[in-house]
Design a protein around this ligand. Sequence first.
Ligand SMILES: *Cc1c(COP(=O)(O)O)cnc(C)c1O
Length: 341
Amino acid sequence: MEKKNIEWSKLGFDYIKTDYRFVAKYKDGAWDEGTLSKDAQVVMSESAAVLQYAQTVFEGMKAYTTADGKIVTFRPDLNAERMIQSAQRLEMPVYPKDKFIDAVCQTIKANAAYVPPYGSGATLYVRPYMFGSNAVIGVKPAEEYEFRVFVTPVGPYFKGGVKPLTICISDFDRAAPHGTGNIKAGLNYAMSLHPYMECHRKGYDENMYLDPATRTKVEETGGANFLFVTKDNKIVTPKSNSILPSITRRSLLYVAKEYLGLETEEREIYLDELGDFAECGLCGTAAVISPVGKVVLHDKEICFPSGMNDMGPTTKKLYETLTGIQMGSIKAPEGWIYEVC
Ligand SMILES: *Cc1c(COP(=O)(O)O)cnc(C)c1O
């Protein structure tokens, strides 16, 4: 297979149209077989449930080339399960797990020419999503849906080296205590755009959202979970039912325990203990971990000892171990790596 003529190392994180996408339709209470399509346009009613009432959920994952030249993807079963949880919360039909994995693999395989080569640092971002497509005007769930998967090649996250982030504590809340913070839905992102732009306008990289009930505990950013390293080298992540269960964070906790022999703990993390940590990172599919150097609350700054120049030593070990597992240079736990072709 001949690869597309793309300068892989120069890619950013932007949509590039690829050749095929998977499309399945739900009507009269059932999903059709689904098919690969060359048509990148979606056509639907002006009153579609997704357009009027934001009835849509999505997933984000990656495919990449391993050292021995195979195209693989990472733990798609967990994305399938999470999308089921998201869909149920928005009264959408479930797209079955085995069919989800099959659709993801079919789409990656059909676009194999866009999967960046091993060592380029670039990857193929995979975006499964589902939305209510028929016209609704009274508020109710749609009766017709589309499940789709498209892919787009994306560049290396740490282009020009690692640069620790400066995070500001947002005055806005991300999720209500019993709301939708734990599902991957466009609605959580729509409302985050204003706080995100505000934080950028003030010169910060990302927002740290607090628990909305008491505003004393750490939740997450708009699109990544927090991970902290204590001064005695224990890995701690926030426990809350209004944060999105990141697959990267769950994988890193496993790696910390089983590969690095570190103690791990999921617990409530209070704002006023931030100054006690040695390292801080953001975890998500895009970067795996991006180090945080500094957290700013109004006029107060909390600087982590790991500093503004590099990843902290434990963050780096976690990063190298998980990316090694993903790229095939370190033996993966059973069932983590799915071979596509
Ligand atoms: C997708 C997402 C994450 C990261 O999840 P991964 O499965 O690790 O990619 C974290 N927080 C939010 C709000 C997200 O939408």
